[in-house]
Design a protein around this ligand. Structure first.
Ligand SMILES: Cc1cnc(Nc2cc(F)c(C3CCN(C)CC3)c(F)c2)nc1Nc1ccc(F)c(N2CCCS2(=O)=O)c1
Length: 305
């Protein structure tokens, strides 16, 4: 098959030689659907006795947003990452018949942070633990010069009651070694309410713009992902609900420039809100990097005990 092809092997050294065979992949349920395609829960059961492992299978739906090339980039990105706080890549599965390709990842049983926080009642100490794990995962990406570009609670998955992982590397870019940021060409489906000002107005992305998004994730965490206080709703209330379409990003950029920020969530510890505000400093140079944030999180967790 393709992965035995010497050229393909040379171009994809980190790929395991044994891709998953579609005939042993047993569909169980649909986990999620988006403009990326679908993510299914399957059991990879080569022995055919249901002793196989559960896996999450991301099937690409080539459409106007994401092409096969984007998918290959996501596979290459994810397969080159090895971190406890980033969802693990397991391999690829070709269904040559339909010329389609799936990305096989470890299955995290508790789903996205949004649905988890809705149900489970977690205390401030556990929120800080989750935040520090996300920060460690982002520091790992920062050190490899990867920019996630879509850090948000919806893309954080819960492995168990004391472990979360960063998922969905569909928008991740590698910053060229001779530059400090990555500039995208077209805005695409931008999650602008998680974007730093320079990403909204100049489409510039860096680890410092990921830091801004990390601040928004902190806000989501300490709002328990309550949809009444989600970033989009709070920003639209400030901008004015009458504003529509492309002018929203210009209004958002101007209220951020004039100093408006997401308000402190209810019962949010003061030091956590001040950390959010450091992540939201207007100039990216003034924001802490993920190494400094990681130290900050450790200190706050000590104090919270
Ligand atoms: C790689 C991976 C590993 N484990 C898991 N576990 C998982 C376990 C679950 F119970 C659920 C839910 C929980 C709630 N009830 C109602 C339905 C099933 C669930 F949604 C996920 N999901 C993964 N990926 C994934 C799945 C689904 C996705 F919508 C997205 N995305 C979302 C934004 C972009 S995204 O494509 O990243 C990623």
């Amino acid at each position: 098959s393709v992965s035995q092809n010497p050229v393909w092997k040379a171009l994809n050294p980190h790929h395991s030689d044994m891709p998953f065979e579609e005939r042993h992949m047993c569909y169980i349920s649909l986990l999620g659907k988006g403009n990326f395609g679908t993510v299914e829960l399957c059991r990879y059961d080569p022995l055919g006795d249901s002793t196989g492992e559960l896996v999450a299978v991301k099937k690409l739906q080539p459409n106007k947003q994401s092409t096969l090339e984007d998918f290959h980039k996501e596979v290459n990105t994810l397969s080159s990452l090895n971190c406890d706080y980033i969802v693990k890549y397991k391999g690829i599965c070709y269904s040559m018949g339909r010329l389609s390709m799936s990305l096989i990842m470890e299955y995290l049983p508790y789903g996205s942070l949004i649905s988890y926080l809705d149900k489970a009642n977690v205390n401030s100490q556990r929120l800080l633990l989750f935040a520090s794990q996300i920060c460690k995962g982002m520091k790992y990406l920062q050190d490899k010069r990867y920019v996630h570009r879509d850090l948000a609670a919806r893309n954080i998955l819960v492995a168990d009651h004391t472990l979360v992982k960063i998922a969905d590397f569909g928008l991740t870019k590698i910053v060229p070694f001779d530059k400090e940021y990555y500039r995208v060409t077209q805005p695409g489906e931008s999650p602008i309410f998680w974007y730093a000002p320079e990403s909204i107005t100049e489409l510039k992305f860096s680890s410092k713009s990921d830091v801004w998004s990390f601040g928004v994730v902190l806000h989501e965490l300490f709002s328990f992902c309550n949809t009444n206080f989600n970033p989009k709703r709070l920003c639209m209330q400030e901008i004015g609900l009458g504003v529509q379409g492309p002018s929203i990003s210009m209004y958002l950029a101007s209220i951020l420039k004039s100093g408006w920020r997401l308000p402190a969530p209810q019962q949010c510890p003061t030091k956590v809100y001040s950390l959010m505000k450091q992540c939201w400093l207007y100039s990216s140079d003034d924001r802490p990097d993920f190494s400094a944030l990681e130290e900050n999180m450790e200190t706050m967790m000590q104090e919270e005990r």
